[in-house]
Design a protein around this ligand. Sequence first.
Ligand code: CTP
Length: 432
Amino acid sequence: MSETARPVAVLGVGGGIAAYKAVDVCRRLVDAGVHVAPVMTEAAGRFVGRTTFDALASEPVQVGLWGERSPIPHTRLGQRADVIVVAPATADLIARYAHGMADDLLTATLIATRAPVVICPAMHTEMWEHPAVQANVATLESRGVVVVSPEEGRLAGGDLGAGRLAEPSVIVDAVLGVLAGAAAAGPGRLRPASGPAPASGSSDLVGLRVLVTAGGTREPIDPVRVITNRSSGKQGHALAEAAYRRGAAVTLVTTTDRTVTDGIDVERVETAAEMERVVLRRAETADVVIMAAAVADFRPTAPAARKLKKASGVPEIVLEPTPDILAALGASRRPGQVLVGFAAETDDVRERAAAKLASKGVDLMVANDVSVPGVGFDHDTNEVVLLDASGDVTRVDLTTKSAVADAVLDRVAMIATRRAAGTAASVGGRDR
Ligand code: CTP
Protein backbone atom coordinates (compact mmCIF):
# COMPACT_ATOMS: atom_id res chain seq x y z
CA MET A 1 0.00 0.00 0.00
CA SER A 2 1.44 3.43 -0.86
CA GLU A 3 2.10 5.87 1.92
CA THR A 4 -0.61 8.32 0.86
CA ALA A 5 -3.20 5.55 0.55
CA ARG A 6 -2.99 4.91 4.28
CA PRO A 7 -5.05 6.87 6.81
CA VAL A 8 -2.91 9.45 8.61
CA ALA A 9 -2.85 9.67 12.40
CA VAL A 10 -1.05 12.53 14.09
CA LEU A 11 0.21 11.08 17.36
CA GLY A 12 0.62 13.87 19.92
CA VAL A 13 2.83 12.95 22.86
CA GLY A 14 2.52 15.03 26.02
CA GLY A 15 5.07 15.44 28.80
CA GLY A 16 4.23 12.76 31.32
CA ILE A 17 5.76 9.55 32.65
CA ALA A 18 3.33 7.61 30.44
CA ALA A 19 4.99 9.04 27.30
CA TYR A 20 6.89 5.77 27.04
CA LYS A 21 3.58 3.98 26.38
CA ALA A 22 3.02 6.23 23.36
CA VAL A 23 5.88 4.33 21.75
CA ASP A 24 3.74 1.17 21.86
CA VAL A 25 0.70 3.09 20.57
CA CYS A 26 2.85 4.30 17.66
CA ARG A 27 4.11 0.80 16.83
CA ARG A 28 0.62 -0.73 17.00
CA LEU A 29 -0.87 1.95 14.76
CA VAL A 30 1.88 1.46 12.18
CA ASP A 31 1.28 -2.32 12.35
CA ALA A 32 -2.44 -1.68 11.75
CA GLY A 33 -1.57 0.07 8.47
CA VAL A 34 -1.86 3.65 9.70
CA HIS A 35 0.62 6.35 8.63
CA VAL A 36 1.78 7.85 11.94
CA ALA A 37 3.07 11.43 12.08
CA PRO A 38 4.43 11.98 15.61
CA VAL A 39 4.42 15.35 17.36
CA MET A 40 6.04 15.73 20.77
CA THR A 41 5.72 18.61 23.19
CA GLU A 42 8.97 20.04 24.58
CA ALA A 43 8.16 18.40 27.91
CA ALA A 44 7.61 14.98 26.29
CA GLY A 45 11.26 15.09 25.26
CA ARG A 46 12.19 14.87 28.95
CA PHE A 47 10.53 11.48 29.20
CA VAL A 48 11.20 9.78 25.88
CA GLY A 49 13.74 10.39 23.14
CA ARG A 50 12.94 11.72 19.68
CA THR A 51 15.04 8.97 18.12
CA THR A 52 12.61 6.30 19.33
CA PHE A 53 9.69 7.87 17.44
CA ASP A 54 11.90 8.70 14.45
CA ALA A 55 12.71 5.00 14.22
CA LEU A 56 9.20 3.61 14.74
CA ALA A 57 6.83 6.16 13.18
CA SER A 58 6.12 6.67 9.48
CA GLU A 59 7.93 10.02 9.37
CA PRO A 60 10.34 11.99 11.58
CA VAL A 61 8.97 13.43 14.79
CA GLN A 62 8.18 17.17 14.90
CA VAL A 63 8.43 19.28 18.03
CA GLY A 64 8.49 23.01 17.41
CA LEU A 65 6.46 25.56 15.54
CA TRP A 66 9.67 27.06 14.25
CA GLY A 67 12.58 25.63 12.35
CA GLU A 68 10.67 22.63 10.95
CA ARG A 69 10.75 21.73 7.25
CA SER A 70 7.46 23.52 6.64
CA PRO A 71 6.96 27.18 7.66
CA ILE A 72 3.42 26.31 8.80
CA PRO A 73 3.79 22.79 10.19
CA HIS A 74 0.60 22.92 12.30
CA THR A 75 -1.76 23.64 9.41
CA ARG A 76 -0.03 21.04 7.21
CA LEU A 77 -0.36 18.44 9.96
CA GLY A 78 -3.93 19.43 10.81
CA GLN A 79 -5.02 19.18 7.18
CA ARG A 80 -3.25 15.87 6.52
CA ALA A 81 -4.65 14.17 9.60
CA ASP A 82 -7.55 11.72 9.38
CA VAL A 83 -7.39 11.52 13.17
CA ILE A 84 -5.30 13.11 15.93
CA VAL A 85 -4.60 11.09 19.05
CA VAL A 86 -2.96 12.64 22.11
CA ALA A 87 -1.36 10.12 24.47
CA PRO A 88 -0.59 10.92 27.18
CA ALA A 89 -2.69 14.06 27.50
CA THR A 90 -1.46 15.92 30.60
CA ALA A 91 -3.60 18.28 32.71
CA ASP A 92 -1.72 21.21 31.21
CA LEU A 93 -2.17 20.03 27.62
CA ILE A 94 -5.89 19.38 28.16
CA ALA A 95 -6.32 22.87 29.67
CA ARG A 96 -4.52 24.59 26.82
CA TYR A 97 -6.52 22.67 24.20
CA ALA A 98 -9.85 23.26 25.98
CA HIS A 99 -9.14 27.00 26.06
CA GLY A 100 -8.11 27.24 22.44
CA MET A 101 -4.48 28.04 23.12
CA ALA A 102 -2.04 27.30 20.35
CA ASP A 103 1.32 28.00 21.94
CA ASP A 104 3.20 24.94 20.73
CA LEU A 105 3.09 22.70 17.67
CA LEU A 106 0.74 20.12 19.19
CA THR A 107 -1.90 22.54 20.50
CA ALA A 108 -1.64 24.61 17.29
CA THR A 109 -2.23 21.42 15.26
CA LEU A 110 -5.23 20.51 17.44
CA ILE A 111 -6.75 23.93 16.83
CA ALA A 112 -5.90 23.85 13.12
CA THR A 113 -7.60 20.56 12.28
CA ARG A 114 -11.04 19.39 11.26
CA ALA A 115 -10.12 15.75 11.89
CA PRO A 116 -11.61 13.85 14.82
CA VAL A 117 -9.50 14.01 17.97
CA VAL A 118 -8.93 11.30 20.58
CA ILE A 119 -7.33 12.32 23.89
CA CYS A 120 -5.96 9.87 26.44
CA PRO A 121 -5.47 11.63 29.78
CA ALA A 122 -2.82 10.42 32.21
CA MET A 123 -1.92 12.11 35.48
CA HIS A 124 -1.96 11.66 39.23
CA THR A 125 -5.37 10.90 40.80
CA GLU A 126 -5.59 14.26 42.61
CA MET A 127 -4.99 16.08 39.35
CA TRP A 128 -7.41 13.89 37.38
CA GLU A 129 -10.16 14.44 39.95
CA HIS A 130 -9.60 18.19 40.21
CA PRO A 131 -12.73 20.10 39.11
CA ALA A 132 -10.68 22.23 36.71
CA VAL A 133 -9.40 19.16 34.87
CA GLN A 134 -12.83 17.52 34.85
CA ALA A 135 -14.41 20.73 33.52
CA ASN A 136 -11.83 20.96 30.74
CA VAL A 137 -12.37 17.32 29.79
CA ALA A 138 -16.15 17.87 29.78
CA THR A 139 -15.69 20.92 27.53
CA LEU A 140 -13.68 18.86 25.05
CA GLU A 141 -16.20 16.00 25.16
CA SER A 142 -19.05 18.42 24.47
CA ARG A 143 -17.15 19.46 21.31
CA GLY A 144 -17.03 15.86 20.10
CA VAL A 145 -13.52 14.99 21.27
CA VAL A 146 -13.25 11.29 22.12
CA VAL A 147 -11.83 10.75 25.60
CA VAL A 148 -10.19 7.42 26.37
CA SER A 149 -10.51 7.48 30.15
CA PRO A 150 -7.50 6.71 32.31
CA GLU A 151 -7.51 3.48 34.28
CA GLU A 152 -7.10 2.73 37.97
CA GLY A 153 -3.72 1.33 38.85
CA ARG A 154 -0.21 2.01 40.04
CA LEU A 155 0.95 5.53 39.26
CA ALA A 156 4.35 7.18 39.18
CA GLY A 157 5.82 7.20 42.68
CA GLY A 158 3.98 3.99 43.61
CA ASP A 159 0.58 5.50 44.48
CA LEU A 160 -2.56 3.59 43.53
CA GLY A 161 -5.57 5.31 41.97
CA ALA A 162 -7.29 6.57 38.82
CA GLY A 163 -5.14 8.37 36.28
CA ARG A 164 -3.00 5.72 34.65
CA LEU A 165 -2.91 5.97 30.85
CA ALA A 166 -5.26 3.47 29.18
CA GLU A 167 -3.56 0.42 27.72
CA PRO A 168 -2.07 1.00 24.24
CA SER A 169 -4.39 -1.69 22.77
CA VAL A 170 -7.44 0.21 24.10
CA ILE A 171 -6.13 3.49 22.67
CA VAL A 172 -5.42 1.92 19.29
CA ASP A 173 -8.90 0.32 19.19
CA ALA A 174 -10.44 3.74 19.83
CA VAL A 175 -8.35 5.35 17.07
CA LEU A 176 -9.18 2.60 14.57
CA GLY A 177 -12.85 2.89 15.55
CA VAL A 178 -12.79 6.62 14.86
CA LEU A 179 -11.01 6.05 11.54
CA ALA A 180 -13.59 3.43 10.62
CA GLY A 181 -16.39 5.85 11.40
CA ALA A 182 -14.75 8.64 9.44
CA ALA A 183 -14.14 6.49 6.38
CA ALA A 184 -17.64 5.00 6.43
CA ALA A 185 -19.12 8.48 6.79
CA GLY A 186 -17.67 9.49 3.42
CA PRO A 187 -16.70 12.86 1.99
CA GLY A 188 -17.10 15.86 4.22
CA ARG A 189 -18.23 13.82 7.21
CA LEU A 190 -15.02 13.35 9.08
CA ARG A 191 -16.35 14.78 12.34
CA PRO A 192 -17.43 12.67 15.30
CA ALA A 193 -21.17 12.35 15.94
CA SER A 194 -22.67 15.49 17.42
CA GLY A 195 -25.28 15.60 20.15
CA PRO A 196 -25.03 14.81 23.84
CA ALA A 197 -21.98 12.74 24.71
CA PRO A 198 -22.68 9.23 25.96
CA ALA A 199 -22.38 8.83 29.72
CA SER A 200 -19.49 6.39 29.91
CA GLY A 201 -17.68 3.45 28.41
CA SER A 202 -15.61 2.85 25.32
CA SER A 203 -16.08 5.27 22.43
CA ASP A 204 -15.18 2.98 19.55
CA LEU A 205 -18.33 3.77 17.54
CA VAL A 206 -17.88 7.55 17.48
CA GLY A 207 -18.53 8.85 13.98
CA LEU A 208 -20.79 5.92 13.01
CA ARG A 209 -24.50 6.40 12.34
CA VAL A 210 -26.24 3.24 13.49
CA LEU A 211 -29.84 2.34 12.64
CA VAL A 212 -31.44 -0.38 14.79
CA THR A 213 -34.90 -1.95 14.50
CA ALA A 214 -36.66 -3.61 17.42
CA GLY A 215 -39.84 -5.45 18.36
CA GLY A 216 -42.42 -7.48 16.52
CA THR A 217 -44.59 -5.82 13.92
CA ARG A 218 -48.37 -5.88 14.32
CA GLU A 219 -50.45 -6.50 11.21
CA PRO A 220 -54.11 -5.48 11.52
CA ILE A 221 -56.93 -7.92 10.89
CA ASP A 222 -59.48 -5.30 11.81
CA PRO A 223 -59.34 -2.14 14.01
CA VAL A 224 -59.18 -4.34 17.15
CA ARG A 225 -57.20 -7.47 16.25
CA VAL A 226 -53.66 -7.94 14.99
CA ILE A 227 -51.30 -10.71 13.89
CA THR A 228 -48.04 -10.40 15.77
CA ASN A 229 -45.23 -12.47 17.30
CA ARG A 230 -43.51 -12.95 20.65
CA SER A 231 -40.70 -10.42 20.15
CA SER A 232 -40.34 -8.06 23.12
CA GLY A 233 -37.88 -5.67 21.48
CA LYS A 234 -35.45 -6.11 24.40
CA GLN A 235 -32.49 -7.21 22.25
CA GLY A 236 -33.00 -4.41 19.71
CA HIS A 237 -33.30 -1.81 22.46
CA ALA A 238 -30.19 -3.21 24.17
CA LEU A 239 -28.32 -2.83 20.86
CA ALA A 240 -29.45 0.76 20.43
CA GLU A 241 -28.46 1.64 24.00
CA ALA A 242 -25.06 -0.07 23.69
CA ALA A 243 -24.30 1.61 20.35
CA TYR A 244 -25.20 4.98 21.86
CA ARG A 245 -23.07 4.29 24.94
CA ARG A 246 -20.16 3.49 22.60
CA GLY A 247 -20.44 6.85 20.87
CA ALA A 248 -22.56 6.15 17.76
CA ALA A 249 -25.31 8.45 16.54
CA VAL A 250 -28.25 6.06 16.93
CA THR A 251 -31.68 5.87 15.31
CA LEU A 252 -34.04 3.27 16.77
CA VAL A 253 -37.11 2.15 14.82
CA THR A 254 -39.25 0.24 17.31
CA THR A 255 -42.72 -1.23 17.62
CA THR A 256 -42.54 -1.09 21.43
CA ASP A 257 -43.21 1.73 23.89
CA ARG A 258 -40.13 0.98 25.98
CA THR A 259 -38.33 4.01 27.36
CA VAL A 260 -35.21 5.04 25.49
CA THR A 261 -32.22 7.11 26.62
CA ASP A 262 -32.39 10.78 25.63
CA GLY A 263 -30.09 11.31 22.69
CA ILE A 264 -31.25 8.24 20.76
CA ASP A 265 -33.46 9.25 17.86
CA VAL A 266 -36.61 7.10 18.12
CA GLU A 267 -39.23 6.35 15.45
CA ARG A 268 -42.23 4.32 16.68
CA VAL A 269 -43.93 2.16 14.05
CA GLU A 270 -46.44 -0.67 14.07
CA THR A 271 -46.69 -2.59 10.81
CA ALA A 272 -44.12 -4.12 8.47
CA ALA A 273 -45.12 -1.56 5.84
CA GLU A 274 -44.45 1.36 8.24
CA MET A 275 -41.18 -0.18 9.32
CA GLU A 276 -40.15 -0.66 5.69
CA ARG A 277 -40.94 2.96 4.82
CA VAL A 278 -39.01 4.40 7.79
CA VAL A 279 -36.05 2.00 7.57
CA LEU A 280 -35.46 2.46 3.84
CA ARG A 281 -35.49 6.24 4.30
CA ARG A 282 -33.25 6.27 7.39
CA ALA A 283 -30.86 3.66 5.93
CA GLU A 284 -29.85 6.13 3.22
CA THR A 285 -27.67 7.94 5.77
CA ALA A 286 -26.76 5.02 8.05
CA ASP A 287 -23.30 3.46 8.22
CA VAL A 288 -24.64 0.40 10.04
CA VAL A 289 -28.15 -1.13 9.91
CA ILE A 290 -29.08 -3.77 12.48
CA MET A 291 -32.40 -5.49 11.75
CA ALA A 292 -33.20 -6.97 15.16
CA ALA A 293 -36.96 -6.57 14.65
CA ALA A 294 -39.16 -9.61 14.13
CA VAL A 295 -40.94 -8.45 11.01
CA ALA A 296 -44.14 -10.35 10.23
CA ASP A 297 -43.74 -12.46 7.11
CA PHE A 298 -47.45 -12.33 6.24
CA ARG A 299 -50.22 -9.78 6.73
CA PRO A 300 -53.94 -9.75 6.02
CA THR A 301 -54.41 -8.70 2.42
CA ALA A 302 -57.45 -6.58 3.18
CA PRO A 303 -57.83 -5.61 6.86
CA ALA A 304 -61.47 -5.01 7.72
CA ALA A 305 -62.35 -1.35 8.20
CA ARG A 306 -64.85 -2.23 10.95
CA LYS A 307 -64.62 -4.75 13.77
CA LEU A 308 -65.43 -8.31 12.65
CA LYS A 309 -68.42 -9.60 14.63
CA LYS A 310 -68.66 -13.10 16.07
CA ALA A 311 -72.20 -13.34 14.89
CA SER A 312 -71.00 -13.10 11.27
CA GLY A 313 -69.26 -16.48 11.62
CA VAL A 314 -65.60 -17.55 11.41
CA PRO A 315 -63.86 -15.01 9.17
CA GLU A 316 -61.70 -16.10 6.28
CA ILE A 317 -58.48 -14.08 6.54
CA VAL A 318 -56.44 -14.04 3.36
CA LEU A 319 -52.74 -13.32 3.90
CA GLU A 320 -50.10 -11.85 1.61
CA PRO A 321 -46.29 -11.72 2.09
CA THR A 322 -44.78 -8.57 3.58
CA PRO A 323 -41.77 -6.94 1.92
CA ASP A 324 -38.44 -8.36 3.12
CA ILE A 325 -36.80 -5.19 4.42
CA LEU A 326 -33.39 -6.73 5.10
CA ALA A 327 -33.20 -8.34 1.66
CA ALA A 328 -34.09 -4.97 0.10
CA LEU A 329 -31.32 -3.30 2.10
CA GLY A 330 -28.89 -6.02 1.04
CA ALA A 331 -29.76 -5.49 -2.62
CA SER A 332 -29.35 -1.71 -2.58
CA ARG A 333 -26.92 -0.91 0.20
CA ARG A 334 -24.79 2.22 0.04
CA PRO A 335 -21.02 1.73 -0.29
CA GLY A 336 -19.33 0.80 2.96
CA GLN A 337 -22.60 0.20 4.83
CA VAL A 338 -22.56 -2.69 7.32
CA LEU A 339 -25.72 -4.81 7.44
CA VAL A 340 -26.66 -7.06 10.35
CA GLY A 341 -29.59 -9.51 10.39
CA PHE A 342 -31.12 -11.74 13.04
CA ALA A 343 -32.28 -15.30 12.65
CA ALA A 344 -34.49 -16.73 15.39
CA GLU A 345 -34.72 -20.45 14.65
CA THR A 346 -35.85 -23.64 16.34
CA ASP A 347 -34.06 -26.17 14.09
CA ASP A 348 -30.78 -26.36 12.13
CA VAL A 349 -29.92 -22.94 13.53
CA ARG A 350 -26.49 -22.42 11.97
CA GLU A 351 -27.39 -23.79 8.55
CA ARG A 352 -30.53 -21.72 8.30
CA ALA A 353 -28.79 -18.59 9.54
CA ALA A 354 -25.95 -19.12 7.06
CA ALA A 355 -28.49 -19.50 4.26
CA LYS A 356 -30.19 -16.23 5.28
CA LEU A 357 -26.79 -14.49 5.52
CA ALA A 358 -26.12 -15.37 1.89
CA SER A 359 -29.62 -14.90 0.47
CA LYS A 360 -30.16 -11.49 2.13
CA GLY A 361 -26.66 -10.23 1.30
CA VAL A 362 -25.71 -9.17 4.85
CA ASP A 363 -22.35 -8.92 6.64
CA LEU A 364 -23.31 -10.50 9.94
CA MET A 365 -26.11 -12.81 11.09
CA VAL A 366 -27.01 -13.10 14.75
CA ALA A 367 -28.55 -16.55 15.14
CA ASN A 368 -30.30 -17.94 18.18
CA ASP A 369 -32.15 -21.12 19.02
CA VAL A 370 -35.37 -19.83 20.56
CA SER A 371 -36.40 -23.33 21.68
CA VAL A 372 -33.65 -23.24 24.37
CA PRO A 373 -34.83 -22.03 27.82
CA GLY A 374 -33.73 -18.46 28.55
CA VAL A 375 -32.96 -17.71 24.90
CA GLY A 376 -34.65 -15.15 22.67
CA PHE A 377 -38.17 -13.79 22.89
CA ASP A 378 -39.08 -11.78 25.98
CA HIS A 379 -36.19 -13.08 28.10
CA ASP A 380 -33.58 -10.76 29.58
CA THR A 381 -30.93 -13.23 28.47
CA ASN A 382 -29.82 -14.57 25.13
CA GLU A 383 -27.36 -17.02 23.63
CA VAL A 384 -26.29 -16.45 20.06
CA VAL A 385 -23.92 -17.46 17.31
CA LEU A 386 -22.51 -14.66 15.17
CA LEU A 387 -21.93 -15.67 11.57
CA ASP A 388 -19.75 -13.35 9.54
CA ALA A 389 -19.86 -13.13 5.73
CA SER A 390 -16.11 -13.81 5.75
CA GLY A 391 -16.76 -17.19 7.41
CA ASP A 392 -15.89 -16.25 11.02
CA VAL A 393 -18.14 -17.83 13.66
CA THR A 394 -18.36 -16.47 17.24
CA ARG A 395 -20.36 -18.16 20.00
CA VAL A 396 -21.81 -16.01 22.76
CA ASP A 397 -22.92 -18.23 25.65
CA LEU A 398 -26.04 -17.48 27.70
CA THR A 399 -25.68 -13.92 29.03
CA THR A 400 -27.59 -10.65 29.31
CA LYS A 401 -29.00 -9.05 26.18
CA SER A 402 -26.81 -6.07 26.93
CA ALA A 403 -23.68 -8.26 26.80
CA VAL A 404 -24.91 -9.85 23.56
CA ALA A 405 -25.40 -6.35 22.16
CA ASP A 406 -21.78 -5.50 22.96
CA ALA A 407 -20.57 -8.74 21.34
CA VAL A 408 -22.54 -7.90 18.18
CA LEU A 409 -21.18 -4.34 18.16
CA ASP A 410 -17.62 -5.65 18.63
CA ARG A 411 -18.05 -7.60 15.37
CA VAL A 412 -19.67 -4.59 13.68
CA ALA A 413 -16.73 -2.39 14.72
CA MET A 414 -14.32 -4.98 13.36
CA ILE A 415 -16.12 -5.21 10.01
CA ALA A 416 -16.33 -1.40 9.77
CA THR A 417 -12.61 -1.14 10.54
CA ARG A 418 -11.71 -3.72 7.91
CA ARG A 419 -13.87 -1.87 5.43
CA ALA A 420 -12.29 1.44 6.42
CA ALA A 421 -8.85 0.05 5.61
CA GLY A 422 -10.21 -0.44 2.08
CA THR A 423 -12.05 2.88 1.79
CA ALA A 424 -9.49 4.98 3.67
CA ALA A 425 -7.47 4.94 0.46
CA SER A 426 -10.14 6.93 -1.32
CA VAL A 427 -10.64 9.23 1.66
CA GLY A 428 -6.92 9.85 1.84
CA GLY A 429 -6.51 10.21 -1.92
CA ARG A 430 -9.29 12.75 -2.11
CA ASP A 431 -8.13 14.94 0.74
CA ARG A 432 -4.48 15.05 -0.11
N1 CTP B 1 -36.71 -9.50 8.00
C1 CTP B 1 -37.06 -8.37 7.30
N2 CTP B 1 -38.24 -8.29 6.67
C2 CTP B 1 -39.10 -9.33 6.70
C3 CTP B 1 -38.76 -10.51 7.39
C4 CTP B 1 -37.55 -10.56 8.04
O1 CTP B 1 -36.26 -7.42 7.27
N3 CTP B 1 -40.28 -9.24 6.07
C5 CTP B 1 -35.40 -9.56 8.66
C6 CTP B 1 -35.48 -9.72 10.16
O2 CTP B 1 -35.49 -8.46 10.79
C7 CTP B 1 -34.22 -10.50 10.47
C8 CTP B 1 -33.97 -11.32 9.21
O3 CTP B 1 -34.73 -10.69 8.18
O4 CTP B 1 -33.10 -9.64 10.64
C9 CTP B 1 -34.37 -12.75 9.31
O5 CTP B 1 -35.71 -12.84 9.72
P1 CTP B 1 -36.42 -14.25 9.87
O6 CTP B 1 -37.84 -14.03 10.25
O7 CTP B 1 -35.58 -15.13 10.74
O8 CTP B 1 -36.27 -14.81 8.41
P2 CTP B 1 -37.26 -14.93 7.23
O9 CTP B 1 -36.55 -14.44 6.02
O10 CTP B 1 -38.52 -14.21 7.55
O11 CTP B 1 -37.46 -16.49 7.08
P3 CTP B 1 -38.31 -17.52 8.02
O12 CTP B 1 -39.27 -16.70 8.84
O13 CTP B 1 -38.98 -18.40 7.04
O14 CTP B 1 -37.31 -18.24 8.85
